[in-house]
Write a protein that binds this ligand. Structure first.
Ligand code: VG1
Ligand code: CO
Length: 568
C-alpha cells in the first residue's frame, strides 16, 4: 500500500506556496481563533448547519478533542453519522484531521452511516480508542436544520462530563489545528481498505456487526415464528433516518417480516423535512395508524440516529417509563438477560415505575441526571443491566448508548414468549405494580434569558415550597437535584428542580440541553395510582391538577407563557 510520509508546514490561511517534496503529503498547521460557544449539551455539540459551516468551526472542535485526548494519536478511531446534511463534508474534514494528528486507522461506516448504537458497539469491537458520531439526533436536518458531533470513548460510551468540560476548555484556548491538505481519492462508499498518508481507512458495512450483536441477545427463532406467521402485523417507522437499513436487515431479512414492514426506510439528508423524533407529537401520523380497531398489532419507531424508540400496541402507545419497567420485570424471558439483572437506572425525570420493579426484584435502582453519559460508569462497573429515559430511550449493558431497535426486539421477544398483546402485558403490569401516569409539557421560549430568569426564580424559592398548597394539592418536599456518581464520586449539581406532592405526585422542571435556537422548558408530571378501577383513565385527565400546580408554582403566566408547545 502506498503510504506517503507527512510533511509539516505552517500556514495562516488555507493557501500556501511551496509544494511538498515528492511522495509526501502536506500537513497544514492552520492558525485559528477560539469560538466561545463550543460547550457540548446533553449529548454532544449541536448547532445550526450554518454555524458548523463557518470557516474553522468544525476543525476547532475536532482539534480540541485531539488535544484533550492525546491517546487518539497512534490509535484507531470509528467514524459515522446519521446521514444528515453536511455528514459527508464533515467526514472528509475529520479524515484529513485524523491523518494529520497521527491516527493510525479509522473505521468508517459505508456511506458515512453508523447509527449511534451501532457506533457504540463498533468502537470496542475494533479496539478503537474512541469514535466520532456525527448527529444531531432528533433535531431537524437539511441546510436550514441542525448538525452535531459527539465524541465517544474506548468503551463506546459518551464522554463523561469531566472530559466534555476539558474539551470545551481547550476550545476556548485553541490557536491552531492540524489538517492534511487533501482527502482526494478517498471514497467512503467503497467497502474495503484505503489509505490517507500513513493512516489506513476501513470502510465497513454499518449494519452487519450491529445486527449480529442483537441476534445474540434475543431469541430470533421465536420472534421469526411470531412475525412470519402472517397473523401478527407489525410496522416500523424509520422516519427517513438512519435506522431504515438496520430495520430492513433485521426485521425483514433476518426475521422474515413481510416487505413493507419498514416504513420510510430510505435515509434522507433532511429526513424528508420532518423532525425525526419518535413521539406522539412528531410522529403523530404513525401513532394514528395504531388507533383503529383494525390497526397492526405492534409498532416501533426510532429517531434520527437510531437510539430512541417508540413502542405501540393496538390502541396504545407505551409510555417510555412503563416500557423500561416492563422490560425489567420480564427480562428473564429474554436470552441475553436470562441470568437476571444486577441493577437498573433511570434518568431523574423518568417515571418511577422501574423503581417499583427493582424493589420487587431486590436489585438497586439508580437515579441519574438526564443524558445517557451518566449511565456509562454504572454500566462499566456492572452495577446495572438495564436503563432508560422518559425521552424514548432504553438500552442495556450490551452497549453504552441507548438503542432503538434493541427495545423493539425486546418487546417482540416478550410478545413471542408470553403470547400476549402489548395491551395485555401493560394492563397486567399496572395491576401488579400500580400505574405511573406520566406526561412531559414542553414550552418553547424564544428568549433564552427569560427562560433562565424563570428557572432561577424557581430555584431560589425551591427550598421554601414544602407545605405550600395550590388547587387542592400540597407540596410534601421540593429540591434541586444533585447527582453523586457512585463509581467515581463526581458531583453534578442543578440537574432539575423536583416537587413532590402529599398524594404521590411529582413535578420536575428543567431546561433542554439539545436545542440550538431559543430555549425549551420541560415540565415532567407523574402521578402514581394503585387503584385498578382508576388505572384506565387518560394521563391528561389524571395529570390536569398537577399540571395546574406546576404552572402556578413556576408563575408561567408572569413570564407570558401559557400553552405548551407540545405534550408528550
Ligand atoms: C433530550 C432528552 C434526554 C436525552 C437527550 C439526548 O435532552 O431529554 O433524555 O438524553 O435529549 O437524546 P434535553 O436536554 O433536550 O432534555 V438524543 O436521542 O437527542 O441523543
Ligand atoms: Co437520538
Amino acid at each position: 500500500m502506498n503510504m506517503p510520509a507527512l510533511y509539516h508546514t505552517q500556514v495562516s490561511t488555507q493557501t500556501w506556496q511551496t509544494a511538498p517534496p515528492e511522495g509526501m503529503m502536506k500537513v497544514l498547521t492552520t492558525i485559528t481563533r477560539p469560538f466561545n460557544d463550543q460547550k457540548p449539551g446533553t449529548a454532544g455539540l449541536r448547532k445550526p448547519v450554518a454555524v458548523f459551516r463557518q470557516p474553522h468551526y468544525l476543525e476547532n472542535f475536532i482539534q480540541s478533542i485531539f488535544d484533550t485526548c492525546p491517546a487518539l494519536s497512534n490509535a484507531a478511531l470509528v467514524i459515522g453519522g446519521d446521514g444528515r446534511f453536511y455528514n459527508r463534508e464533515a467526514i472528509a474534514i475529520l479524515l484529513r484531521m485524523a491523518a494529520a494528528n497521527g491516527v493510525k486507522r479509522v473505521v468508517v461506516g459505508r456511506g458515512g452511516l453508523l447509527s449511534t448504537p451501532a457506533a457504540s458497539l463498533m468502537i470496542p469491537h475494533v479496539a478503537a480508542a474512541g469514535g466520532f458520531i456525527l448527529t444531531a439526533s432528533h433535531n431537524p436536518g437539511g441546510p436550514e436544520g441542525d448538525f452535531g458531533i459527539k465524541f465517544n470513548i474506548a468503551n463506546g460510551g459518551q464522554a463523561s462530563e469531566t472530559l466534555t468540560n476539558a474539551i470545551y476548555q481547550r476550545s476556548l484556548n485553541i490557536d491552531r489545528y492540524l489538517i492534511l491538505d487533501t482527502a482526494a481519492g478517498i471514497d467512503i462508499d467503497a467497502p474495503g481498505r484505503q489509505a490517507l498518508a500513513a493512516m489506513s481507512i476501513d470502510i465497513v458495512d454499518p449494519v452487519a456487526h450491529y445486527a449480529d450483536t442483537l441476534e445474540r441477545l434475543f431469541d430470533f427463532e421465536r420472534i421469526r415464528t411470531l412475525v412470519a406467521n402472517g397473523k401478527f402485523r407489525m410496522r416500523f417507522d424509520a422516519l427517513h433516518a438512519v435506522t431504515g437499513p438496520y430495520a430492513e436487515e433485521i426485521l425483514e431479512h433476518r426475521l422474515g417480516a413481510p416487505p413493507g414492514t419498514v416504513l420510510h426506510g430510505i435515509p434522507r439528508q433532511d429526513f424528508a423535512g420532518q423532525h425525526p423524533d419518535p413521539n406522539p407529537h412528531d410522529a403523530a401520523g404513525f401513532v394514528r395508524l395504531f388507533m383503529g380497531a383494525d390497526s397492526p398489532d405492534f409498532g416501533g419507531a426510532s429517531d434520527g440516529d437510531g437510539d430512541r424508540n417508540m413502542i405501540l400496541g393496538r390502541g396504545h402507545m407505551v409510555s417510555p417509563g412503563d416500557s423500561l419497567a416492563v422490560l425489567a420485570a420480564s427480562a428473564r424471558h429474554v436470552p441475553g438477560y436470562r441470568d437476571g439483572l444486577t441493577g437498573v437506572a433511570r434518568s431523574m425525570p423518568t417515571s418511577q415505575a422501574v423503581d417499583r420493579v427493582a424493589g420487587k426484584l431486590g436489585v438497586p435502582c439508580y437515579e441519574t441526571p438526564s443524558g445517557w453519559r451518566f449511565f456509562c460508569n454504572l454500566l462499566d462497573a456492572g452495577m446495572i443491566s438495564l436503563c432508560g429515559e422518559e425521552s424514548f430511550g432504553t438500552s442495556s449493558n450490551h452497549a453504552r448508548e441507548k438503542d432503538g431497535l434493541w427495545a423493539v426486539l425486546f418487546w417482540l421477544n416478550l410478545i413471542a414468549v408470553r403470547g400476549e398483546t402489548v395491551d395485555e402485558i401493560l394492563l397486567q403490569h399496572w395491576r401488579e405494580y400500580g400505574r405511573d401516569f406520566f406526561q412531559r409539557h414542553d414550552f418553547f421560549i424564544a428568549d433564552t434569558e427569560l427562560s433562565e430568569q424563570l428557572m432561577s426564580r424557581l430555584a431560589n424559592s425551591i427550598n421554601t415550597l414544602a407545605g405550600k398548597q395550590t388547587g387542592g394539592l400540597t407540596v410534601r418536599t421540593a429540591d434541586s437535584f444533585t447527582y453523586r456518581d457512585p463509581v467515581d464520586g463526581s458531583i453534578s449539581r442543578n440537574q432539575g428542580l423536583r416537587v413532590f406532592t402529599e398524594n404521590g405526585g411529582r413535578i420536575v422542571y428543567r431546561l433542554s440541553g439539545t436545542g440550538t435556537r431559543g430555549a425549551t422548558l420541560r415540565i415532567y408530571l407523574e402521578q402514581y395510582e394503585t387503584d385498578q378501577s382508576r388505572q384506565q383513565q387518560t394521563p391528561a385527565s389524571v395529570l390536569a391538577p398537577l399540571a395546574r400546580m406546576a404552572y402556578t408554582l413556576a408563575r408561567l403566566e408572569n413570564f407570558g407563557i401559557s400553552t405548551p408547545t407540545s405534550i408528550i
